[in-house]
Ligand binder design. Structure first.
Ligand SMILES: [Zn+2]
Length: 92
């Protein structure tokens, strides 16, 4: 992370950071301009979640998805030719 120095406008680099809250981060910056060398603290926070990941909270539902989602799949390109014979399969 880099931020412009509030004093001289040069790029400042993060020295260290700590989470203030799960969605708020406090970062200590130091200006890269040697003649300025301003250090300052900035807060970075999540403003808005645009799209949440789809979480499966219901365990029963998760089980159903597991079985329907893992149907045997055959790739169009290789078909049955790509299947391993019993001898080739890794021991379970
Ligand atoms: Zn500066």
């Amino acid at each position: 992370m880099a931020l412009k120095c509030p004093e001289c406008g040069s790029i400042s680099h993060a020295r260290t950071s700590a989470y203030e809250a799960p969605s708020v981060k406090r970062t200590w910056y130091q200006c890269r301009n040697l003649e300025c060398s301003c250090t300052f603290i900035a807060l970075e926070s999540v403003e808005r979640i645009m799209m949440k990941p789809q979480k499966v909270t219901d365990m029963e539902n998760a089980g159903e998805q597991e079985t329907t989602g893992r149907q045997p799949q055959t790739l169009n390109r290789y078909g049955s030719a790509s299947k391993l014979s019993k001898r080739q399969q890794a021991p379970v």
